[in-house]
Design a protein around this ligand. Structure first.
Ligand code: AMP
Ligand code: ZN
Length: 499
């Protein structure tokens, strides 16, 4: 199957054919840096982070650009409130944004252009729009004249009449048409400003994104993303500006928009005062949980936030991690006995071999992370069944399948940016194991994994004999060199973290 993406512009799922073979150019609207990001914003950045990772996994050479809006009314207001300069506010919240997105496990885009560093490019585009007859100046402000651009409304699917019906009352009387929007705003004293042919001022928000995206990615780039609320007017205006100034179309091939995070049936939004900050939620839940919570729903559908939903995700995530730990335990268990029947081994081998294709099928369907996670959980279930068998009858053939099964789990969750807690009992085990086994089991071991097996075996035996003192002693001694033992109905899970 080939990759299909839902394009907001055409309102259908289309086959994804990039502009340049083997390469993908992607732009996502970044934050206006005047506040900490909330879970709704995080969903947007996680959704596109996964799209970015998946495209790379599919072999594309991806250029990912995400801007920083570091000049805006909101930043000016915030600066006045906090008694800082607009530059200081922007720096503070850019740093916080980087921290938060890193903490939720996102990769950084390759290019992160700042609006304030591209003012000249914006002025050039605005001049060109005036020359081409798409924009006009009044008292130091410049507006885009929407009626001059034939395709205005093609992204949001609204006609000018419909837009007018939704317009607010405080329309600037100076505009030729109520829907005309600002490309350049004259500045008031004390506000950040730049010199321009129209006097001192600053760019409008929409022109930032169309100028910076096309500067780094060229016209006709592949993917432009953002939250659903950006379709109109932000992205509609970006198209008008870019296509009118370049004199050609399209500005963007595929428009992708994520759905909202809702809380108590309302959109989570700063303006509604119902936001939960990323840095707050990460005090209670690990990043993987938040990530998996987002990915459990298709990126275009709304998600309902609640602690209960996050708790269920945490339990599901633990299932994957437990499976990894069980595999690790068996991988380092020495004894090999009779073995599972050949048909079960063959069946599991096929499951391992087939899982990646199923994962790809799910993700190729407009990045359907919800069904991709379904594929992973089915695989965890099958692996657990096989582990149960292997726990009873560990043969070399069983063991040979454990590593590939583990690798698939780590790989596929990794494509989604879920970094499993990897306390793998692999590589270098601590030397102290040999002495410990000698003291407790009374036998010399040449191999450290054999010593570990002997120790856990001795503990199991002590438990069977209800010799709790000895069982606890072994557990504590192992803990002192970095091993954690957890007794579960499926047997003892062992994890190792170097001390
Ligand atoms: P803002 O800071 O409001 O410009 O938002 C930054 C990004 O987060 C934009 O792409 C928004 O569309 C997106 N966004 C804002 N609120 C939500 C929400 N509740 N759910 C999903 N995405 C959101
Ligand atoms: Zn934007």
């Amino acid at each position: 199957m080939s990759l299909k993406v839902y394009n907001t512009l055409t309102r259908k799922k289309e086959e994804f054919v990039p502009r340049d073979k083997g390469k993908v150019s992607m732009y996502v609207c970044g934050p206006t840096v005047y506040n900490y990001i909330h879970i709704g914003n995080a969903r947007c950045y996680v959704a596109f982070d996964v799209i970015y990772r998946y495209l790379k996994y599919r072999g594309y050479d991806v250029v990912y650009v995400r801007n920083l809006t570091d000049v805006d009314d909101k930043i000016i207001n915030r600066a006045n409130k906090e008694g800082l300069s607009t530059k200081e506010i922007a720096e503070k919240y850019i740093e916080a944004f980087h921290e938060d997105t890193k903490n939720i496990g996102n990769e950084s885009p390759q290019i992160e252009p700042r609006a304030t560093e591209h003012i000249n490019d914006m002025i050039k585009t605005i001049k060109c729009l005036i020359e081409n007859g798409f924009a006009y100046e009044i008292d130091g402000d410049v507006f885009f004249e929407v009626q001059k651009f034939d395709n205005y409304g093609k992204l949001s699917g609204r006609t000018l009449e419909e837009m007018r019906a939704g317009e607010r009352v405080d329309v600037d009387e100076r505009k030729r048409y109520p829907m005309d929007f600002a490309l350049w705003k004259s500045s008031k004293p004390g506000e950040p400003s730049w010199d321009s042919p129209w006097g001192k001022g600053r760019p409008g928000w929409h022109i930032e994104c169309s100028v910076m995206s096309s500067k780094y990615l060229g016209m006709g780039f592949d993917i432009h993303g953002g939250g659903h609320d950006l379709i109109f007017p932000h992205h509609e205006n970006e198209i008008a500006q870019a296509e009118a100034s370049a004199g050609k179309a399209p500005f963007v091939k595929y428009w992708l928009h994520n759905g909202f995070v809702n809380i108590s049936d309302e959109k989570m939004a700063k303006s509604l005062g119902n936001v939960i900050l990323v840095r707050e939620i990460l005090k209670e839940y690990e990043p993987n949980v938040l990530r998996m919570f987002f990915l459990s729903t298709h990126y275009r559908s709304p998600i309902s936030y609640s602690k209960g939903n996050l708790d269920s995700v945490a339990v599901a995530l633990e299932r994957i991690e437990n499976t990894i730990q069980r595999i690790d335990y068996l991988l380092y268990k020495s004894e090999e006995i009779a073995g599972t029947s050949a048909s079960e081994i063959e069946e599991f081998r096929e499951i391992i071999e087939g899982v990646e294709e199923k994962f790809i099928d799910a993700m190729d369907d407009d990045f359907n992370t919800a069904s991709a996670l379904g594929v992973i959980f089915d695989f965890v279930k099958e692996t657990n069944l096989f582990l149960e068998e292997s726990q009873k009858n560990l043969s070399k053939k069983n063991r040979d399948l454990l590593r590939p099964a583990r690798d698939k789990l780590v790989k596929l969750t990794g494509v989604l940016g879920i970094k499993l807690r990897e306390k793998e009992i692999a590589g270098e085990l601590p030397d102290e194991l040999l002495d410990l086994a000698k003291n407790i089991v009374g036998q010399e071991f040449g191999e450290k994994d054999a010593a570990l097996s002997a120790l856990t075996g001795a503990r199991e035996k002590a438990r069977e004999e209800r010799d709790w003192v000895k069982a606890d002693l072994i557990r504590n001694k192992l803990a002192s060199i970095g091993f954690a033992l957890k007794d579960t109905p499926q047997g003892c899970q062992i994890t190792f973290e170097r001390k």
